[in-house]
Design a binder for this molecule. Structure first.
Ligand code: FAD
Length: 282
């Protein structure tokens, strides 16, 4: 009933919780797409009074947030790290700032404070290949870099133990070097030591055209022919499909095949465990 009243306020004459098509559409656009919460509506329509106990009953239970481990147990068996992007942007509803619950909480923690967390084995196949000499192509813009930091730490330890490791290419993308080049020193040091070949795409440099990781793949296509395993990690929205498209284009240009054949090739690679994707919604 409250939502109906509020809904009439949002768009007079159309309730948000009716089942007719127009209302459902309206609810999707105004509530779901903009991620408007009940508190947003109450603030927008102060005439609607909601008893506190009813409001509290409406709150959904907090769900756990997952973070990929960004370090290797081979480097330190007693300590692991996570790398978190803080969600903090103008709210899609158009009202105020949207701050992510967990990432903001983590951001505000002081050194030495404790949190309760659990380690969950996702049984993911997103891990280094058993054969150490297999070449790797890792594509991870932003926090997509997270698992690759662990991979590279592992490769570095293996190399010190004089094991022969395959060639690795890391494609990282960020806005500007001084803004969000995560682990810059560490990555440059790994590149200098020959653990990886580092390729960085900056999307917001004032004097250069926007470059994204997918733009850098072409120059390094040779490794694909050597049976490299491709890993893609990060934003499920725009990045993952764009990278997939870039690999499909690469295949078309390398072989003269068409888009449909490129899609089949990617599906085969995926099924055979040579194209591994680990993405989450941004
Ligand atoms: C398997 C897995 C691994 C992951 N690994 C990592 C990792 O290594 N590092 C990392 O940083 N994250 C990672 N994530 C994402 C992480 O779990 C959280 O989803 C993320 O940190 C946001 O949580 P939050 O509580 O801060 O934000 P929430 O309070 O949960 O808010 C996020 C929600 O708000 C929406 N939203 C975002 N911006 C706005 C806006 N401006 N207005 C309105 N709504 C908005 C988003 O679409 C999203 O639905 C991973 C997710 C999965 C599933």
């Amino acid at each position: 009933v409250l939502l109906c009243d509020l809904g009439r306020g949002v768009m007079p004459g159309i309730a948000l919780c009716s089942e007719d098509e127009a209302s459902v559409q309206h609810y999707r656009q105004e509530m779901l797409a903009k991620r408007r919460s009940l508190i947003d509506l109450l603030e927008e329509f102060p005439a609607c009074e909601l008893p506190l106990n009813v409001y509290l009953e409406q709150l959904p239970a907090l769900r756990p947030r997952y973070y990929s481990i960004s370090s290797s147990p081979l480097q330190d068996a007693h300590r692991c790290s996570i790398t978190v992007a803080v969600v903090d942007a103008p709210a899609r509803s158009g009202h105020g700032q949207y701050r992510g619950i967990c990432s903001t909480y983590l951001q505000n923690m002081q050194e030495g404070e404790y949190i309760h967390a659990f380690v969950h084995d996702t049984r993911s196949s997103f891990m280094l290949p058993e054969k150490l000499t297999t070449p790797l192509i890792m594509v991870g813009p932003g926090t997509g870099l997270v698992p690759f930091r662990g991979f590279l730490q592992e490769c570095a330890v293996q190399q010190v133990q004089s094991e022969q490791v395959g060639e690795t290419l890391l494609f990282f993308g960020c806005r500007r070097p001084e803004q969000d080049f995560l682990y810059e020193d560490e990555l440059r040091s790994l590149a200098q030591r020959g653990i990886t070949e580092l390729h960085v795409a900056f999307s917001r440099l004032s004097d250069q055209p926007k470059t994204y990781v997918q733009d850098l793949l072409w120059a390094n296509r040779a490794l694909l022919e050597q049976g490299a395993v491709v890993y893609v990690c990060g934003d499920a929205g725009a990045m993952a499909p764009a990278v997939r498209k870039a690999f499909a284009n690469l295949y078309c240009e390398m072989t003269g095949q068409n888009e449909q054949q490129a899609e089949q090739w990617l599906t085969q690679l995926t099924d055979a465990g040579y194209y591994l994707v680990d993405v989450w919604p941004s």
